[in-house]
Write a protein that binds this ligand. Sequence first.
Ligand code: NDP
Ligand code: MG
Length: 384
Amino acid sequence: MNYPKKLVLLGATGSIGESTLKVIRKHPDKIQVVGISANQQVDKLLNIAEEFKVPHACLSSEKGSSPTFPSFTELKRGEESLQELASLVDADIVVIAVVGAAGLIPTLAALKSGKDVVLANKESLVIGGEMVTKTAKKYGARIIPADSEHNGIFQCIQGQPQQSIESIILTASGGPFRDLPIDQLQQVTIEQTLCHPNWSMGKKITVDSATMANKGLELIEARWLFNLEPKQLEVVIHPPSIVHAIVRFIDGCCLAQMTPPSMTFAMQNAILFPERHQGVESSIDFSQPLDLSFSPPSMDRYPCLRLAQESMDEGYSAPLVFNASNEIAVDAFLRNRIGFLDIPRIIENTLNLSESISTESIEDLLTLDSETRRIAATQIDLLA
Ligand code: NDP
Ligand code: MG
């Protein structure tokens, strides 16, 4: 391996961005940051540029002030600049740690330039899974999964033929409301929802974890990453988030991947793959009692998971509609416009009002995405 590998980090100012930077601080001889992006947190972006002496930076939002960046950093603005950064000639690896559907275009740009793409952004695969995987194949680019469950599966299947996989099992903590009486769910506050029992993450994915829309998105993500049928994908509740994923092989043997609940493990594995080096944090302490309990999720408690599974089964554009309406509903919840249980209501109504169609081009996808967001927003106006 030629070190240092040159890495572009899109979404550097977020939670995954922070985990990635922890890995890079630990292995400065192996990774050099050559590009970073944020949407609007310009001061945080500036600090990262200074600390890591980054030559290229991008703010995707056109709004807001532009402080002076160090002379060694070229700052660009706008979505086109984000695409440019994703395909930077200098880079070997592009980490996609942008949140939401905004991850799709830079993911495609990085794949088209043949880079190794370390993909944390799951929404891009949910809305454009077929296009993303075909693009990777066409341009000979690798997608290395960084979502903890998917990175776990990726580790378990190395060297195993595709036909040997019976199914994969994604674990879910069940979020902060796992044991709350269902009739109290509508009243939960934003603060309670953002208080995840195990993981520290961005706001959107933290709400998605409480509704388990996140696990639904991850099922669809896994389907595309590992080329599996929906019936080969299972979900179990595992409250401590120590076992991230299990692969069940056709001979009945199951391989599981385990770490403490922190994203530095998956990010390091993905960035330095196939090599292993000392980790950023301590591993599991087996001298202490360990909770390895598993139980099936209740679809009454987690309607978002049911809706995601139904969208995956329906295929075509249904997962895109699920994702776009979820993004709009989560945003409305975080603005205190709707209650917690209105999130699945908005998604279900939007799915019912949308036809599942075949989307051939990126333009088709983006048009449908905007149309779905408009329908979901109208549903919110009716509820709010
Ligand atoms: P955060 O909200 O913490 O960070 C998001 C990052 O994306 C920030 O750098 C943000 O910039 C940038 N961003 C926001 N909106 C846009 C946009 N429209 N265009 C370009 N960039 C944008 O999210 P997370 O780090 O939690 O999650 C990132 C992705 O990784 C998500 O898809 C999530 O599902 C996935 N993931 C996250 C995990 C986690 O532990 N956090 C675990 C597994 C997967 P700014 O700071 O300026 O707003
Ligand atoms: Mg995950």
